[in-house]
Every structure is written in C-alpha cells, then in structure tokens.
Design a protein around this ligand. Sequence first.
Ligand SMILES: *[C@@H]1O[C@H](CO)[C@@H](O)[C@H](O)[C@H]1NC(C)=O
Ligand SMILES: *[C@@H]1O[C@H](CO)[C@@H](O)[C@H](O)[C@H]1NC(C)=O
Ligand SMILES: *[C@@H]1O[C@H](CO)[C@@H](O)[C@H](O)[C@H]1NC(C)=O
Ligand SMILES: *[C@@H]1O[C@H](CO)[C@@H](O)[C@H](O)[C@H]1NC(C)=O
Length: 526
Amino acid sequence: MRPVLLLLLAAAALPDVTTGLNFIVAFPENIAYYYPTPPKNKVRITALYDNTKVGIRQYTYDYLEVQMVAGQSQEFILDAQLELAKANISSSTLQLTSNNNIAVQAISYRNNSVQTALVIPINNLATKYLIPAIPNIHGTTDIDVTVSVTERAPFKVIIVNSDKLNTVTLDGNAPLQIQLQPNETAQFWIQRQDGVRSVTAQLPVTVLFGHTCAIREGCTCGMLFTALPPTQDGNLNYFIPPSLASIDGSTFLLPSDQQSIIPFNPTTPMVRSSSAVILYRPGLLLPLIAETDFAACFVVNSIPDMQTHAVILVHSQYSAGVQVGSSPLQNPQWQPLTGTDYVWTLFDIARDKNIIWHKSSTMAVYFGGTKGDALFGNPAPIISKTPDYRGCVLNPEVLQIGEAAIGWRESIQYCQSKKLDLISISNTDFQAQIYQKIAQMQSDSPQEMWIGMRRSSKTGEWYWLNNDTVTNTDWGQGEPGTLSDGQCAGMYLIGGADFAWRDEDCCKAAFPLCYSKPVLLQNSAL
Ligand SMILES: *[C@@H]1O[C@H](CO)[C@@H](O)[C@H](O)[C@H]1NC(C)=O
Ligand SMILES: *[C@@H]1O[C@H](CO)[C@@H](O)[C@H](O)[C@H]1NC(C)=O
Ligand SMILES: *[C@@H]1O[C@H](CO)[C@@H](O)[C@H](O)[C@H]1NC(C)=O
Ligand SMILES: *[C@@H]1O[C@H](CO)[C@@H](O)[C@H](O)[C@H]1NC(C)=O
C-alpha cells in the first residue's frame, strides 16, 4: 500500500518546535489587582534531557536554580508580586534560562479564574502579530461608558519584550510607538473604535491579547487571555474538533487578518484563512492549530485541583499510531470530523506527565481543562515535528542520498565522509519509514541506490553492515540471484513509490543511501 503523504507545504504559524533555552513570561492582571485572594501564578517546565539546569529569575527579587532529568515535568509557583497590575510599563517578568531545551506552559491562577498559555522560546518569537477583532461579550464590550469596574474595562494588548532594547509599534487609527527596555512589558487598553490591527517590533516580542475579567457564563467574570500566534501567510486550513466549542452556539472564530467575528458552525468544522485564527467562547480564547503546524510529539500535563484533558486530531488513516507515553492511546473514542479526512478524540490527562507522540504521522494536540466554571486551554507545546516509529524525536534521523552514482565500497566511504553510515534496513517498521521519506524527497530521486548489505565472500550469506541479523528483506521478483549475479544489495525505486532490492555487481555505479539515527526522548521518560 502506498502511504498517504502528509507534506508540509506552506509557512507555519507556530515555530517548528516550541522548546528552547530562553523564555520571558508575563502574567497579566487576573480578575483585579485588589481582589482579596492572592494570585497563584505558575509555570510548568518539562525537561527533555538529563542534567538540565534551569534558572528561574523573577524580575529582580528572586533567583532559583533547579536541576531536572529527561521527561521530568514540574510546576513552579511564582511570587504574587510578579503579576502585572495597572501600570502601562512594567519590568515584572519571569526569565527562564536553561542549558538544554525545555518546554514551558504558563498558568495564571487566582481563585476560580484560570488561564493557561503556551510559552514560545525567545529565539522563535516573531516581530509581527495581527490583532483579531474584539469578541462581543455581553456586560463587557457592549457597555459604552468605561466605568472603573474591571469587567467593563477595555480589552488589553500586552507586549512582552525579550532581552534587548526594542522599538514596538501598535498600528491603529492613531499609531503608537514606544521603546521597551530588556525584559519589559507594555500594556495597551484597546477599544473597537481605536482600529488596532497589528503589533510590529524591531526585535522579536510576545503579544498577549485579552481581558482582565471578562463576563462569562453565569454572570461571573474571569480572566480571558491568549498568547497570539505570529502572522503568517499561506492558505491555511484549520480544523475544529467540536469539543473545543460550546454546545449552545456561543462559539466564534476570529481570523486575525480581518476584523471579523464568524459564528462557529459545527456542520462545517474547517475554516481556511491566510493567517492565524483564534477561537472564542465565553471564558476562552484559543489559537487554532493550522494543518501546516501539525507535529509529531507534544507534552501535556495535568494541573493539581483542575480537570485537564487533551484533544487530538489526526488523519483517519493514522489514528492507530497515536501513543501516550510508552503505549498506544487506550480505548480512544475516535469521531470523524464532518466533511474532512480527520478524526478526533478527547481524553483525560490522568498522570502527572504525558508525552503524546505519533509513530508515522503528524497531528494536532490541544491542552484544555476546567476549574469550577472557568475554562482554559492552549495548543500543546511541540517537542518535534518529525514522526518516528521508535519514539518522541529530539533530533531527527538523517537520510541523505549521495549526489553521484558510485561503487558500493566507495559508497561506504562517501557516507562516512558525511559522518553517516551506508544504511542498514533490517526491520519492517524502519523500512516503511525510510521508504516513505524517500518517496517524499523528490520525484526525480535516483532510481538505483546502494544499501548496507552484501554477501560474505567466505560463506555467501547476506549480512548488514551494522551487524543486525538478516531477517526482513524486500527482494524484488526473482531476487536475489546466484552468487555470480552480484555480491552487493541495491535498492530500486520504481515509479517514485515502489521499492525492490536486487543483488548487483559491487563495482556498478549507484547512489549511496546514507543514514544516521535520531536522538529520541529516553524511554524511561515516557
Ligand atoms: C473564590 O471562589 C469561590 C467560588 O469558586 C467563592 O465561593 C469564593 O468566595 C471566592 N473567594 C474570594 C476571596 O472571592
Ligand atoms: C533580562 O533577562 C535575561 C535573562 O533572560 C537576563 O540575563 C538579563 O540580565 C535581563 N536584563 C535585564 C535588564 O533585566
Ligand atoms: C497608559 O495607558 C492609559 C490607558 O490606555 C493611557 O490613557 C495613558 O496615556 C498611558 N500612559 C502612558 C505613559 O503611556
Ligand atoms: C560488526 O561486527 C564486526 C565484527 O565483529 C565489527 O568489527 C564491527 O565493528 C561491527 N560493526 C558495527 C557497526 O557494530
């Protein structure tokens, strides 16, 4: 069977991975600065490598260094002073530094007002963000007079600078330009009539969009914030599993390239947009994951005292490949997504740590949850975009076809000169993965390639260069021939998708197929 190829064609909204070494996090005012319960704001840090040393600096008043091991995931409760109050400009940010890549999620938590955000590392932040339309929120945005009641205050755009001096422009009817010091934040109150459309910065920034205490169901108000995805171009597809929406028709889509508010229609759960799309329902602003941003390994975590779940969306042909930790997803209730080739499911995050990964395909994973009547969620942090049947990839395998046709022995040397090995394809899962990659590489890929298998000159038995036992092979019809037909194994690509092996004269010229193994998240960390 020819595998369906899920090619990544357009520019992505999220960076390839959301793990990194340096992060700056800001916690917007939650509910109201004068609210009697102090904030319990937190970050959740997941380490991917052993001997990870993370420095946690809370503005100027606290510094903590922690040591973490691969797969360890830990919450750190921050000082209440770190929460931004009303000031336009503030230096109250959290700075995280690490010697190895980590994944970071921010959790703003104050009594029953909870919001979470995916934190993108500084080196993957963007310089331009489009501001979506302000959603209609009865009791918050439909009251003209700005009285000094938090729930009737305007929406906010908060710009979080990274670690260098920066100039930032807020584009609207009256553009505003400000300078920001390293690690500083600027808050702007925005109303529809201001026509605020975008944030442009000289150097990368994070942009938060939301409200301190927006009215949600039941006449309560709660924090409503999201980290905006960077602008992007392309004709992007967004799929909306129904569990992300509310059942009462109060869900809307906010495409950031137009100031429109589109009611979500569950019978057409796919939208196309040339830029980011935010889903709004009372209590939640959720950036949707574009099809081009689907990835292969994610981290999701439960939060103490809260109900948390993951929503997974994957091509219907590949639902069996979803793994949670070291085993396949248990008893998934896959449901078709109307009018698409995708299926989706929701499952509770039971354990303290969860790596969700796919063996052969990319997918979308959302993290979400509830606390009382509060809703929260964010796209799950991405560890890798490259699927691998063996696990969660930290560094992808390398597969390289040589640029010239040469002999078999010269092919070994050629691969070595690239710090790779002539490939040994000794099991069927690996074979399927490699075939799929070669088929994806290009249509004009060479027809004849050398692989790392030959006959022993002593015994005539076939052996692999990496010493794996020869159990699975993929000989073409009538192959291999007799000893006199050839001593070395070549692979033939027919019509760009079908592969067959043949024995050949080792001096014949073919293209070396070179390989090196991936670095995977340790099994013990799954
Ligand atoms: C916190 O929220 C609960 C309801 O979830 C409410 O009963 C309680 O009064 C709140 N605490 C404060 C200090 O407002
Ligand atoms: C900004 O944060 C970085 C860590 O990300 C730190 O090294 C630097 O000293 C901070 N700069 C200022 C001016 O606070
Ligand atoms: C701070 O924000 C308020 C509300 O948007 C605005 O009226 C005021 O001019 C701002 N102050 C500065 C120094 O930017
Ligand atoms: C394979 O085995 C041979 C003989 O024992 C050894 O010299 C060689 O280093 C082995 N190769 C690999 C890749 O382990």
